[in-house]
Design a binder for this molecule. Structure first.
Ligand SMILES: Cc1cc2nc3c(=O)[nH]c(=O)nc-3n(C[C@H](O)[C@H](O)[C@H](O)COP(=O)(O)OP(=O)(O)OC[C@H]3O[C@@H](n4cnc5c(N)ncnc54)[C@H](O)[C@@H]3O)c2cc1C
Length: 1012
């Protein structure tokens, strides 16, 4: 499935060395608690090689995950500058609306030193990065690699969404007891705005609430007047702590708003991600000499003095640490919660990751042989996000027993944990939408005017746990069990233990196709040309209202290849550096990830033709919005520009069935579709509907024992029509060639792309004939354009004339086009670009001089421009040099017919001060450089195809680019041009290229098949 450099690099396992010895860390710290972070920092300062593993997506979790951004001020005066900067960094000042004045005890903060969760996360991450600690987020530890005789550990067994891994280490510090920071056991926290008295104080609540001491504690927030945190304790360690704490939170919130004058106009904006609780300690691990767990102090309030004490404790822990000299060769087994797995039963190979420089290896073994079965149910849903939570609800509605496994502590995925709550586009004219809207609104009211995000999280939790539904949050789906090609169970890591959840039907709703990949499904990602996906975001937390205009919520960061562990880590580390201080969402929102290859793949042709499928299960509705540009010939000829086409798309059931695999359904954005089709199907409500219907199918198939492949989807049609999820009378827009040509001649919108969608043999003769007969100049021009697309240059003089006329007018107009982005209604910017690309596609070399003449007169040396709106400021793909797309189109033309005469043109581009210099060397520059890097590397590749050395030299620099995307592209292009692969070493490429003779013969780019 992976073509080009993808196939070279994505299958790292092919080159992996069996049971290869691996470097070991001196110490692995488990848990990004305060004590864990301090320990990692001191270990690194002592010159040790350190890895810190945290299962959440951020650090200092005793403060940040539990939403307790305050410290008791005892000992504050002894904080040195470093400690002050760590908790109260100067850079947060612009976001502080209620200053904390330590010298003024009457400023309403009482005994608290108020913090920002965002600052604490950012500062601890920055500290560890500065000290050279390797930080591995989103990863659970479920076992130790042990030697019984010596009573030592030599590594840890890990689980994350990339599967199971082993890391070798000479010592381990386990700080995962969540009380390591020393706080109340079992308490929960809420954040409210619009409170008229936020003074830090205690408020009595009715005894019937069953809260510790029958009171809640109010802590003033410093972001804005009217902001506070309300904390309450739970007396006994409750079973299902997360469930119960949230139910109490609802009661507390409603009570305060109703009965306390200060809260009458309050609005609930955040709840703690998790309750503060003690975690089960893996006591048996204590028998190992070099495995230590720091003891914790139980104090009711974490004070500045406690923080200093924690820091001191961590320091002395490191001094006393027993770092074994030799590891790896003595380990005999993996010791875990339910037994021991001999190492000789395991396969240990290199990790399939092109950039990871952490000492980690991929681990496999026979799960059924070594692990317990945790439960059996009809349906197991992996991922409780936009699709997954609705899958569980749909399946329960059809009477199935359901377990939902979600990595984060809450449900809703990209919508709630990522903060993408809006319903921009999506097919919403359904009874399901009305039902959801009403239910979430009701839930919001019950919580006292909560934000819709909070209301949605509460709603989903209640719905997926009612009537016996089970919800496993904080749980990682990390593998599958299979019986030949049938998936029979999901491997899950939770609370440091691995279990198998058996299900009659497993649903992969991870949004990334993780489970399908564990099961061996083929997949693809990004566009075909570069493997570029849409950029990703991480949203700041924004409780809404005008006062928050300064806190941009749409912040795009970079393009990630999120199917690599290293890229996901890079994504989190980058956003930590750039997010706001107040706080930011725990989940990166990745618009595009893997697309699993299914029994049917939805394509752009289906979209534009409105194709009807007998097995349709739901609809999707959007315009084409790839956040930047498509990179196919269709975009180059202006047929597929951002927001250019909109369509309602039918989703066929077969797109949910991974090819060759049974017992598994995929639901969400990872279903089988092309990169272009995904842009129309990914809208959140459409994915919720898809999830809901997936739940119905999973439940019915499981209960009746039907093989998913034999499931009769058409039997659901009447019910789906009744809920308006499907149309009663779908209309397919597919029409014959002659009618399409008529529409083209008449200049109807989108008529060109509909002609291009036809097979060449069918349409070309008819186009030629029509052009011969045509007397209408503009109709002839449109026919000429369609012919050029199919490689026929007979109408090129018309295209050439249009290009030159429009370009002369554009130049006379003077202003540089900002609208490089979408089809411009005011100017002919994109028509000129279209003409360039079509002349190239016609294959007529005689057109090259005119294209080069145009390119040579482009006014360069212009800084990037953007439209100055708050929204666009957050869009990294909209700050580009003028003529960005024109230059890409000139390259598109030249790479098809490379020629020495184009060298001067391309060098002028590359020498432009605003176009050159986009190689990203340090990760924190990655956001601002990626789109510049795409342009520069494209020009360099085109120049290399013309045989000039400068093109090779620039591409070689990109081999080391921080972006896997760009380094991979450089390697792919260099490899294709010189027919050799020198791997991912820049030195090797440079050496090889230094030995070549220049100028080299021009080398045209082989035409890609059109990516529909
Ligand atoms: C920045 C951004 C802006 C967007 N804007 C809009 C918009 O304006 N309008 C609109 O309609 N749509 C928008 N979308 C699109 C829409 O929100 C997404 O396409 C949709 O939410 C994806 O749903 P999903 O169920 O496929 O994935 P998700 O909602 O991400 O759900 C996947 C879930 O699986 C969990 N998970 C993943 N792997 C594992 C694992 N191994 N084990 C356990 N759990 C796991 C995740 O934690 C998550 O909860 C936007 C998307 C993004 C990223």
């Amino acid at each position: 499935m992976h073509g080009g450099w993808g196939s070279l690099l994505l299958h790292g396992e092919e080159n992996a060395t069996e049971n290869a010895p691996l470097d070991a860390y001196d110490v692995v710290v488990v848990g990004g608690t305060l004590v864990g972070c301090f320990a990692a920092m001191h270990a690194a300062r002592n010159g040790l090689r350190v890895l810190l593993i945290e299962r959440r997506t951020f650090l200092a979790t005793d403060i940040t995950a539990t939403l307790r951004p305050w410290l008791n001020r005892k000992g504050f005066e002894t904080f040195d500058e470093e400690m002050k900067e760590r908790f109260l960094p100067k850079a947060e000042q612009p976001e502080v609306g209620v200053p904390f004045e330590p010298q003024n005890p009457d400023n309403g903060f009482g005994d608290d030193v108020p913090l920002f969760c965002g600052s604490v996360k950012k500062q601890f991450m920055a500290t560890l990065q500065r000290e050279g600690v390797h930080v591995l987020l989103m990863t659970g530890v479920w076992g130790v690699l042990a030697d019984e005789q010596k009573r030592t550990v030599s590594g840890l067994a890990l689980a994350n969404k990339f599967g199971l891994q082993l890391v070798r280490s000479k010592s381990v510090i386990d700080t995962t007891s969540r009380s390591s920071g020393g706080r109340n056991a079992y308490s929960f926290s809420l954040e409210l705005y619009g409170v008229t008295d936020t003074t830090t104080r205690e408020v009595a609540v009715p005894v019937s609430f069953g809260l510790l001491d029958d009171r809640v504690r109010v802590h003033r927030g410093k972001r804005r007047p009217g902001q506070c945190f309300v904390e309450f304790g739970l007396p006994a360690p409750p079973q299902e702590a997360e469930e119960k704490a949230r139910l109490k939170a609802e009661i507390v919130c409603a009570h305060l708003i109703k009965h306390d004058a200060a809260f009458r106009k309050a609005r609930l904006v955040q709840t703690a991600w998790e309750t503060l609780r003690r975690e089960k300690q893996a006591t048996h691990r204590k028998i190992y000499r070099n495995y230590v767990s720091p003891t914790c102090t139980d104090t009711s309030e974490l004070s500045c003095r406690d923080v200093l004490g924690t820091d001191r404790r961590a320091k002395s822990l490191i001094q006393d640490l027993q770092v074994e000299e030799r590891v790896g060769d003595r380990a005999q087994f993996i010791d875990h919660d339910s037994g021991r797995i001999p190492l000789e039963h395991c396969g240990v190979t290199g990790l399939d990751d092109i950039r990871l420089n952490y000492a980690i290896q991929h681990l496999t073994f026979d799960y059924e042989r070594h692990l317990p079965v945790g439960s059996r149910s009809d349906v197991v849903v992996a991922g409780g996000g936009t699709a997954g939570a609705m899958t569980a609800i749909g399946a329960m509605e059809k009477g199935a027993s359901v377990i939902t496994v979600e990595y984060f502590p809450e449900l809703g995925g990209t919508k709630t944990l990522g903060g993408v709550m809006g319903y921009y586009w999506g097919y919403k004219d359904t009874a399901l939408f009305d039902r959801m809207e009403r239910a979430v609104e009701e839930q919001g009211k019950a919580l006292g005017a909560a934000t819709s995000r909070i209301a949605m999280m509460f709603y989903l939790r209640k719905q997926t746990t009612r009537g016996g539904g089970r919800l496993l949050t904080d749980s990682i789906a990390c593998g599958v069990t299979k019986d030949r090609n049938r998936v029979t169970g999901l491997l899950v890591e939770r609370d440091g233990a691995l279990t198998i959840l058996k299900g009659k039907v497993i649903v992969d709703a991870t949004g990334d196709g993780d489970v399908a990949v564990f099961a061996g499904a083929a997949w693809d990602s990004g566009n075909r040309r570069m493997r570029a996906t849409q950029n990703y975001s991480q949203w700041d937390i924004n409780p809404g209202g005008k006062a928050w205009a300064d806190s941009s919520t749409n912040r795009d960061y970079d393009i990630l290849m999120s199917h690599y562990l290293s890229e996901l880590q890079r994504g989190y580390q980058l956003t930590h550096g750039q997010s706001h201080h107040y706080d930011f969402m725990p989940m990166l929102t990745v618009r595009e990830s893997r697309r699993i290859t299914g029994e049917y793949t939805i394509t752009l042709k289906d979209v534009i033709e409105g194709r009807h499928h007998a097995d349709a299960i739901c609809l999707a509705y959007s315009d084409y919005d790839p956040h930047h540009f498509g990179d196919t010939a269709l975009t180059r000829v202006g047929c597929l520009l951002p927001h250019g086409i909109s369509a309602v798309v039918e989703i066929p059931y077969r797109a949910l069935l991974p090819k060759g695999i049974r017992g598994l359904l995929v639901s969400g954005k990872a279903i089988s579709q092309t990169h272009n089709a995904l842009q129309f199907t990914r809208m959140s409500f459409d994915i919720m509907t898809q999830g809901f219907v997936t739940g119905w199918i999973a439940a019915l198939a499981a209960r009746k024992g039907t093989d998913l492949r034999d499931f009769n989807v058409e039997s659901l049609r009447p019910s789906l029509v009744e809920l308006r999820i499907l149309l009663a009378a779908p209309s397919e827009k597919a029409i014959g060639a002659q009618q399409r040509i008529d529409q083209l001649v008449a200049g109807e919108p989108d008529s060109l792309i509909r002609v291009l969608a036809l097979p060449r043999e069918e349409v070309e003769p008819a186009l030629v004939e029509r052009l011969r007969q045509s007397e209408d100049e503009s109709g002839s021009l449109r026919l000429a354009k369609a012919l050029a697309w199919f490689g026929n240059p007979i109408g090129n003089p018309l295209i050439m004339r249009e290009m030159e006329t429009l370009y002369a007018a554009e130049q006379a107009g003077g202003a540089l086009p900002w609208e490089y982005y979408r089809k411009d209604k005011e100017t002919d910017y994109w028509t000129i670009n279209q003409d360039i690309a079509l002349l190239a596609l016609s294959g007529d070399r005689a057109a090259l001089p005119a294209i080069l003449a145009l390119a040579d007169s482009l006014r360069l040396n212009n800084p990037p421009v953007r439209q100055e709106t708050a929204y666009n400021r957050g869009r990294i793909d909209l700050t580009l040099v003028p003529y960005y797309n024109r230059i890409v189109n000139v390259c598109f033309a030249i790479e098809r017919m490379p020629d020495r005469q184009a060298i001067r043109t391309l060098k002028r581009f590359l020498d432009d001060p605003y176009i050159q210099g986009h190689v990203t060397e340090s990760p924190e520059q990655a956001s601002t450089k990626v789109y510049g890097g795409i342009l520069e590397s494209r020009i360099a590749a085109t120049l290399a195809r013309c045989g000039d050395k400068q093109g090779f030299d620039v591409l070689v620099k990109y081999i080391d680019d921080v972006h896997c995307l760009l380094s991979g592209y450089a390697r792919q292009e260099l490899g294709a041009i010189i027919e050799k692969d020198c791997g991912d070493s820049r030195q090797k490429w440079a050496k090889h290229i230094a030995g070549l003779t220049f100028p080299r013969p021009p080398r045209p780019r082989r035409a890609d098949s059109i990516e529909w």
